[in-house]
Design a protein around this ligand. Structure first.
Ligand SMILES: [Zn+2]
Length: 79
């Protein structure tokens, strides 16, 4: 697992940045979508948000921008 560990805010340099878990809302082409209990880093000083790989993947999973064409591929059940 490569988990990103952030202790210093990349934007303002504060060490107050910390990992939070909350519902996250984004908008894509006027459509809003929510990712429930997303974990990401948030800086209380400058409101910078940093997403690690797992968070990015969760966002992509929920975003209308990233359709899942392979969802059609259902495994065939042989009987
Ligand atoms: Zn900051």
């Amino acid at each position: 697992m490569n988990t990103l560990r952030i202790t210093i805010c990349p934007s303002c340099g504060s060490n107050k940045i910390k990992k939070v878990r909350r519902n996250w809302s984004g908008t894509f082409q006027g459509r809003s979508y929510t990712v429930r209990s997303l974990e990401f880093y948030e800086c209380p000083v400058c409101a910078e948000r940093v997403y690690d790989r797992q968070a990015m993947r969760k966002i992509e999973d929920h975003s209308p921008a990233f359709g899942k064409p392979h969802a059609k591929h259902r495994p065939l059940i042989a009987r």
